[in-house]
Ligand binder design. Sequence first.
Ligand SMILES: [Zn+2]
Length: 191
Amino acid sequence: MVEWKGIVGTAYTADEFDSYAHALRWSGWRPAFIVVHNTAVPTLAQRPNGFTKQHILNLEGFYRDQQHWKAGPHLFIDDRQIWVFTPLTMSGVHSPSYNKTALGFEMLGDYDRDEFNSGRGLRVQRNAVAAVATMSAVLGLDPDTMKVHKEDPLTTHACPGRTVVKNKFIEKVKELLAERHGGEHLDPVSS
Ligand SMILES: [Zn+2]
């Protein structure tokens, strides 16, 4: 039996997640970049109100008891909230080549078919951009190092769907980082 690492199982708004992540202590494993995924199943329509706590517990059962993995992805991000799944300070299981070095963030939706740039998909995207910006700031990561799952040569499926355009996503992460921290750089007098 592999030992299951456990889950955090708490949902945060993007702002709450930023505070949560800044308070984490990195005493052991430290991720070097972020890998973005989409769930494909469930689709947005299959989770009309995003993930509930029960959905998250069901996912824990799936990874632990059916897959027999020792962990899962780090975040499940929907249009309402950011669920912390595998603790961000431990390595997860989400992308064969990248598990040991990267955080894995799952976005709710199938972005071959679900709309990513309007409606609920856009709200998922905004939360995901916020989560990537937060973890880039916390870990001192260059947003350009971010990957999408389908870049993993060992993966078997095209994840996330084709409407998730990596370079556009990274641009939005950079814009948000500039917006959050712009004031500090515009005022050289402040200490
Ligand atoms: Zn994936």
